[in-house]
Design a protein around this ligand. Structure first.
Ligand SMILES: [Cu+2]
Length: 252
């Protein structure tokens, strides 16, 4: 009753669909470079999800395109199609395989989330204050506030996000993580920068007329440079008017 599987036409369609799908995945630069351990884990997960989805997308779409082309009825054919009972084996396969795949990616996703939110004992805590339309960063131990976020590489940073007026959203694309700053609530993000450099801090929540210019920078520096900067800034303010930004801008 079941005809042989039309391997050749399905393979031709499959190659075309796969080329289009893989082409748009590889030719477009979808993600910024991962500059934190969390971003690396998240993008690895994303690409595992993408490539496993691609396999099933190509199979399903190829069969669909072939079926539409092969069994299309004539325009004036209004008769019922032949009664088909089904195929128990196929139904078992397309239930069991997706179940296994979904459980596997679910477990992988849980592991990534769990590791990204594991709090390190030696983490550095920085207070992040969002307000229309700028960012301020507080280092409670050093007693300074700055307009640029300075952090050491290879050490976990705990960012306590707060808003002084309306809802904002702290986002560094290269760090792969963002979080809302909500009035009256403190949200926490953990980020472990893996490379030195300067990256943009962007407000990702429409917060008023100046939202599009609500930007600042994060500078990731060596642990030695960070310690020196912190000591210098702390000495400069000495409990007086915080002018850490000037000192921050002098950091290489
Ligand atoms: Cu905003």
């Amino acid at each position: 009753m079941y005809r042989k599987i039309p391997i050749i036409p399905l393979a031709v369609i499959g190659v075309v669909v796969a080329a289009l799908t893989v082409g748009q995945a590889l030719l477009i630069d979808w993600l910024p470079a991962a500059e934190s351990a969390e971003a690396q884990r998240t993008s690895d997960l994303l690409w595992v999800l993408f490539w496993s989805s691609t396999v099933f997308f190509v199979i399903v779409t190829s069969v669909l395109i072939y079926s539409v082309w092969k069994w299309r009825v004539k325009d004036d054919d209004l008769s019922d199609g032949p009664p088909i009972h089904g195929n128990t084996m196929i139904e078992i396969v397309w239930t069991v395989v997706p179940t296994i795949v979904l459980v596997a990616v679910g477990v992988y996703g849980y592991i990534v989330m769990d590791r990204n939110e594991a709090v390190a004992a030696d983490r550095l805590t920085v207070e992040v204050y969002a307000q229309q339309f700028n960012w301020t960063y507080g280092y409670p131990d050093a007693g300074i506030e700055t307009g640029i976020l300075v952090v050491p590489e290879d050490r976990q940073i705990q960012l306590n996000l707060r808003a002084r007026d309306v809802i904002h959203d702290f986002w560094v694309p290269e760090f792969g993580i963002k979080g809302d700053a909500v009035p009256g609530i403190t949200h926490t993000l953990w980020i472990t920068p893996t490379n030195q450099g300067t990256f943009p801090v962007i407000c990702a929540e429409l917060c008023g007329a100046g939202h599009s210019v609500m930007r600042s920078q994060v500078k990731v520096v060596s642990p030695q440079a960070f310690a020196a900067w912190l000591a210098r800034s702390s000495a400069a303010v000495k409990g007086d008017v915080a002018d850490g930004t000037t000192v921050v801008e002098s950091i290489r």
